[in-house]
Design a protein around this ligand. Structure first.
Ligand code: MN
Length: 496
């Protein structure tokens, strides 16, 4: 499970020495109160740490330097309670490597109509102090999120907490290791890409092991360990009769458990945060990992099929962003369409590997043949997913840049049973509607593999893409294809 509470965002308030001790004392007191309120906000997933007011280029440089090197600091929240001449910020901002949120707020919510005087005005001047700060960030072309409003406003707090989660996902990627068992599915384009560029842009590394290396680890799993995990399966899922200890297919369940334990051990030994498999490369393995990939995803590992390392890493990032929240995140594939007039839908699934964190009930554990791969029948978890708002997110390699594409969707409860469908599945309706949503996705070159999320918003994905400095396009309720096409063209020029 992924924990976030050991992480910190720093609350940094800018000012200058001009105002005298009394005003600066008040600035520090008010800033501490805001930092404390943010820290105590129930939705805040990390600690918010108050930092002393910065009033000079040296103090600003030092807090940025410290933020870069403090392992647990995932970003800065900045606020100019008073005026902080922004040339003082240049040297600090030049070296700052952590994400920044500029909270454009004011300590006093209301103007005290009857008592307001120049002292009040001089203390509460973020209305122009924050503009000076905004200028230098724009002048330096620095990415940052800006949240405007009073610090006790629920909308602001939600937006800040959402950004903090995106920053936690970004932090998790820095130095992260992902492993591929086997290469890409042969000839597939969208799942391939530039791993060197990805490491430079995203901070994570991707390396491949021949599946034989994994098989060697699977061989070290003991019968006792396998039996213990089988026992866990029997309690956690509705296990098919044939897979139970007295059933004819029970050896397959033991094989599946051994594979899960082997992959888990490999990931632990190599300090990996996620992995890919491919049905084209299973030498020495008995079956394609199904339940193994599903359960390891549910534990927080990133995963994608067919060697798709970009999606595996994205699944991990989104699981980190959603840690502790209701709902789940899963590897997903747009599989089949329902084109009934007035009721268009996408059926999302994969050959096996959908994460049970999005399940609507206790999954069934079943065994069925797999049409491809030429191996033994794989064991998998089968379930429907919960209805409600969700997103599909995809990262693709455009050659000169990465593009993140997000489609907001509405998941629906299947109107019919799907008794012959042997895989976990989700049904959703894309926004703004099926035709525009799918057309937009195709025009943007979005992959067939995505991370499907029930608890991350497109705004958070936009924040996340901003931290990476990559292109972000979304398809939502307001998408108009004429403007969307132009946006793609203009982005091509912007990122050339
Ligand atoms: Mn696939």
């Amino acid at each position: 499970m992924i924990e976030l509470k050991h992480l910190e965002v720093w609350f940094v308030t800018g000012s200058q020495d001009l105002y005298g001790e009394e005003t600066l004392r008040k600035v520090a007191e008010n800033a501490a109160a805001i930092a404390d309120a943010l820290d105590k906000t129930p939705e805040m997933p990390v600690r918010v740490v108050f930092k002393p007011t910065v009033k000079s280029p040296e103090e600003i440089f030092n807090v940025c330097k410290d933020a870069n090197t403090q392992r647990n600091c995932i970003g800065l929240i900045t606020w100019m309670h008073t005026f902080s001449p922004a040339k003082m910020w240049i040297s600090g901002l030049k070296i700052l490597q952590k994400p920044m949120l500029h909270f454009h707020t004011q300590f006093n919510r209301d103007i005290p109509w009857h008592s307001i005087d120049m002292d009040f005005m001089n203390l509460n001047q973020s209305a122009h102090g924050d503009r000076e700060f905004g200028f230098i960030l724009s002048r330096m072309r620095r990415y940052r999120k800006v949240v405007t409003g009073h610090w006790q406003d629920t909308e602001c707090l939600n937006s800040i907490c959402g950004w903090v989660r995106a920053a936690a996902g970004w932090h998790d990627w820095q130095g992260a290791r992902f492993v591929r068992f086997g290469d890409n599915m042969r000839f597939v384009a969208v799942t391939d890409g530039d791993k060197v560029e990805a490491e430079m842009t995203f901070g994570y590394s991707v390396n491949t092991h021949g599946v034989g290396d994994l098989v060697e680890v699977i061989k070290t799993i003991s019968e006792a360990e396998t039996s213990a995990l089988v026992e866990e399966y029997l309690h956690a899922y509705q296990v098919a009769e044939s897979l139970k200890p007295a059933g004819t297919r029970h050896p397959s369940l033991r094989d599946a458990a051994r594979i899960e334990l082997g992959i888990g051990k490999f990931l632990e030994q190599g300090n990996y945060k996620g992995f890919t498999t491919t049905f084209e490369d299973l030498h020495g393995m008995t079956q394609l990992p199904g339940i193994a990939a599903q359960r390891l995803m549910a534990k927080g590992f990133g995963f994608a099929g067919e060697g798709d390392w970009k999606t595996a890493a994205l699944v991990r990032a989104m699981k980190t962003m959603g840690a502790g929240l209701k709902g789940g995140n899963s590897f997903m594939e747009d599989y089949t369409y329902h084109f009934e007039p007035g009721n268009n839908m996408v059926l999302g699934a994969h050959m096996l590997e959908i994460c049970p964190s999005i399940a609507d009930a206790k999954p069934r554990c079943e065994i069925h043949p797999l049409g491809i791969g030429g191996k033994a029948d794989p064991v998998r978890l089968v379930f429907n997913s919960t209805a409600g708002p969700a997103i599909n997110a995809s990262v693709i390699d455009m050659g000169n840049r990465f593009r993140m594409l997000v489609n907001e969707v509405e998941a629906v409860v299947p109107e019919n049973d799907l008794p012959n469908l042997p895989v976990a599945r989700v049904l959703w309706k894309p926004y703004p509607d099926m035709k525009k949503g799918c057309t937009g996705w195709i025009l943007a070159g979005g992959a067939h593999h995505t991370c499907y999320s029930q608890n991350i918003s497109s705004e958070q994905m936009e924040d996340f893409a901003g931290m990476a400095g990559i292109e972000f396009v979304k398809i939502d309720r307001n998408t108009d294809l004429y403007h969307f096409r132009n946006e793609l063209r203009w982005n091509d020029r912007f990122f050339q």
